[in-house]
Design a protein around this ligand. Structure first.
Ligand SMILES: NC(=O)c1ccc[n+]([C@@H]2O[C@H](COP(=O)([O-])OP(=O)(O)OC[C@H]3O[C@@H](n4cnc5c(N)ncnc54)[C@H](OP(=O)(O)O)[C@@H]3O)[C@@H](O)[C@H]2O)c1
Length: 295
């Protein structure tokens, strides 16, 4: 499992932990779940685990405990490591066809002989709680309602929770990956009070990317390169969100060097920043799916 959240204070920057944001989102989700149950509908988030990876099994248990605490049903299918792609698709199809299931999650990673992206594309887009189905990316691009990619949505929620103004400000995102940088750019450039930003995305094709990050009001590190963001890349007093991480065993190696806290005005902690908000967004996507499918 991951390291415990970092609750120490840094001398410079205000810390922006994810846990209070997640708690607020989960409290709203629990209230919405109670309203649905009063109407005879139990919200349901189905999970699929393939193989026997201990960490993945642990993540599933955390989600099932969370589901129970929120009053969700959480049907679960544990498939053997030898499962074929077709067998995985058959389980997804069964959950797709079940009107009592509102959200479906295939725990990542899955064994190497299986294609996760192909499996993801067989999930009913309306039940895609990760918000990563290509149709949901398209919905995000054109501003249609649908499940939002969890980490980008969690970052928007975190900024809103701490009342950090985003509208009209310059957000620079380091990384254009499909799970984080690219959908976050789409999300934060939408015309909404908690978005509406001037968004710049930089990547390996922009070798002088520090020129952009140094002028950012809000810098989001989404590269997955430990320590890539150093204090000299940060505008003094700005907001730094560290989303990119790599794991060395269980040790988490963040994109943002800890010394950035001496320059930034506000910063996510090394551990316990964006991560908790991502998990909360799974349940928010599931409750929205349940609400949308309830006449
Ligand atoms: N905290 C959470 O809950 C959470 C959730 C999801 C993902 N993540 C993390 O977020 C990170 C990004 O995820 P992803 O799936 O979007 O990753 P990805 O597809 O690998 O994208 C990484 C991006 O970073 C850019 N990049 C890498 N090295 C760079 C460098 N030296 N200079 C400039 N740009 C560089 C890449 O540029 P090119 O496009 O030019 O190659 C790419 O656009 C990962 O670390 C992942 O673990 C965290």
């Amino acid at each position: 499992m991951t390291e415990p959240a970092d609750t120490t204070t840094t001398p410079g920057a205000r810390l922006l932990p994810g846990a209070p944001v997640a708690e607020a989102v989960l409290a709203e989700t629990a209230a919405a779940a109670a309203r649905l149950r009063e109407r005879g509908v139990t919200p349901s988030l189905a999970t699929i685990l393939v193989g026997d990876d201990d960490a993945s099994a642990g993540y599933i248990r955390i989600k099932q405990r969370q589901a129970a605490a929120l009053g969700f049903a959480s049907p679960h299918e544990h498939l053997p490591a030898t499962t074929t792609q077709d067998e995985l698709h058959r389980v997804i199809a069964r959950f797709n066809a079940d009107p009592a299931v509102h959200g479906i999650l295939v725990q990542y990673p899955i064994p190497g002989h299986l294609d996760y992206d192909v499996a993801l594309q067989t999930i009913d887009p309306d039940k895609d709680v990760d918000g990563m189905h290509p149709l949901n990316m398209g919905r995000l691009a054109v501003g249609l309602p649908g499940p939002l990619p969890c980490t980008p949505a969690g970052i928007e929620a975190l900024l809103a929770h701490y009342e950090i103004p985003v509208a009209g400000r310059e957000v620079v995102i380091l990384g254009r990956g499909a799970t984080l940088g690219r959908p976050l750019a789409m999300l934060l450039s939408q015309k909404r009070p908690t978005a509406n930003a001037a968004v710049t995305v930089v990547h390996t094709g922009v070798p002088d990317w520090p020129r952009y990050t140094r002028r950012a009001d809000i810098l989001v590190a989404a590269a997955g390169v430990p320590g890539i963001v150093q204090p000299e890349h940060v505008r003094p007093g700005s907001v730094v969100i560290g989303a990119g991480v790599r794991y060395a065993g269980r040790r988490l190696l963040p994109d943002v060097d800890e010394a950035c806290a001496e320059v930034a005005g506000a910063i996510t902690p090394r551990v316990g920043g964006v991560g908790p908000t991502t998990v909360a967004m799974l349940f928010r996507n599931a409750i929205h799916a349940a609400t949308r499918s309830t006449p």
